[in-house]
Design a protein around this ligand. Structure first.
Ligand SMILES: [Mn+2]
Length: 429
């Protein structure tokens, strides 16, 4: 079962084939002069994958408004079809990360069946205790896993256990926990007691985690709470992972830090101490903007991948981060944004692979700051698009995914099949 006609992909690729071959050969010759085998880089890029968030294929919004697009997915089955489009064209997004209860249906085996039919796997499960579900007994208005009331904490724990059960049906192997718990006023809650309650609740979840699963906790500096947040930074996140045990790891969302924070160094620290669990890739200008990955600061994305590739090369211990996108698409077609973002992640990976690490170490140890910096820039400046495009082509994808998607007319087709979603509600849904 395919969402995009193989004939359309083939026709679009045929138009671009000759030029791509020229560009690839030329780049291969240039890289060979630097002692780099272009085929080896291409093989690694082709094997790379980043998970798509199910919530990313619907149009996002802000607390002011949401402006729905045409043919918005109505349920998890529509969402999976949109995710399949992204994978068919980019060949870089083999799995989907689900959010519960947003993606919950009566029988989750139907979701697994749909994923199988589309050739999609399921990455980390995401729980939601930052908003109230219909018919929920206790409200999360004043917190969830750190709530002052034991009954509310228990309810939040039970929800996470349910996410694990659903994940087992789908073949997921990880649970990501992000909570909105925090305060808006100094004095509103006791920092220490709140964090103790949170840790106790997380331990209750951790105890029920299957042996072959990992538990990811995601830190975020602020929002929805604006004065203090329970899991506000990577230090607190690391403490949590240490307190919980060997199956607990830290998840880094690129947008969840103060502006200009050195995220690549946080990544290095977490790798060094065996606690980097995974990523939520996105980009930001001011806060948790959830903009398209690599759209604002592609160099920072590259620097993160420079650390990841370094760890991969030296075979760092306990290093197998899950890669996921986490974005909100307010003014673009979400499928186009997610395709472009997946390609940007692949680009940063390919550029990271091009760093001359032996030369870099010599410059570092020789205190040659200029040439050390230049070594990174040389990799970053390399246009690796022919490698990415060839990897896609040889995996059955599109040389130019966005152009091919537009030529296939997918959005117009689903706009006719899916009734428009009423506007009015604010917030990211
Ligand atoms: Mn996130």
């Amino acid at each position: 079962m395919t969402m995009i006609s193989r004939d359309v992909i083939a026709a679009e690729n045929d138009r671009r084939l000759a030029e791509l071959k020229q560009d690839y050969d030329h780049l291969g010759a240039r890289l060979a002069r630097r002692g780099v085998d272009i085929e080896a880089i291409k093989t690694k890029v082709a094997a790379y994958g980043v998970a798509v968030p199910s919530w990313g294929v619907g149009t996002g919004g802000t607390r002011f408004a949401r402006f729905p697009g045409d043919g918005e997915p109505r349920n998890i089955f529509d969402k999976l079809e949109d995710c399949a489009v992204i994978q068919e064209l980019t060949r870089a997004t083999p799995s989907v990360s689900l959010h519960i209860p947003w993606d919950k249906v009566a029988d989750m085996r139907d979701v697994k069946e749909k994923g199988d039919a589309l050739g999609l796997g399921f990455d980390a499960m995401n729980s939601n205790t930052f908003s109230d579900a219909p018919q929920q007994e206790h409200s999360y208005k004043y917190g969830s896993l750190s709530h002052a009331s034991a009954a509310t904490r228990r309810q939040a724990v039970e929800h996470n256990l349910e996410c694990i059960e659903i994940g087992r049906i789908l073949g997921s192997k990880a649970l990501t926990v992000w909570i909105g718990d925090g305060t808006n006023f100094p004095g509103q809650a006791d920092f220490t007691r709140s964090f103790e309650r949170y840790l106790d609740a997380m331990k209750a979840i951790y105890r029920e985690l299957p042996d072959d699963w990992r538990l990811f906790t995601e830190h975020k500096m602020y929002e929805p709470a604006f004065y203090s947040t329970i899991v506000q930074d990577w230090g607190t996140n690391y403490l949590i992972a240490r307190e919980l045990g060997p199956k607990a790891y830290c998840l880094v969302d690129l947008g969840h830090h103060a502006p200009n924070v050195n995220i690549e160094m946080i990544v290095a620290r977490l790798i060094q101490f065996g606690k980097l669990g995974g990523f939520h890739f996105n980009d930001s200008k001011y806060g948790d903007d959830d903009l398209d990955t690599g759209s604002i600061d592609p160099y920072r994305l590259f620097l993160v991948f420079n650390e990841l590739v370094g760890a991969e090369m030296r075979q760092a211990e306990d290093f197998a981060p899950a890669h996921m996108l986490d974005q909100s698409h307010n003014v673009t077609d979400p499928i186009e944004s997610l395709m472009r973002s997946a390609m940007e992640v692949c680009r940063a990976y390919a550029q990271g692979l091009l760093v001359d690490r032996a030369a870099l170490a010599v410059y570092q140890d020789g205190n040659d700051a200029l040439m050390a910096s230049e070594t990174l820039k040389a990799a970053f400046r390399t246009d690796v698009e022919p490698i990415l495009a060839t990897a896609r082509l040889e995996s059955g994808g599109a040389i130019d995914p966005v152009a091919t998607y537009r030529a296939a007319g997918y959005r117009a087709k689903v706009a006719g099949e899916r009734p428009a979603v009423a506007s009015g509600g604010g917030g990211i849904v």
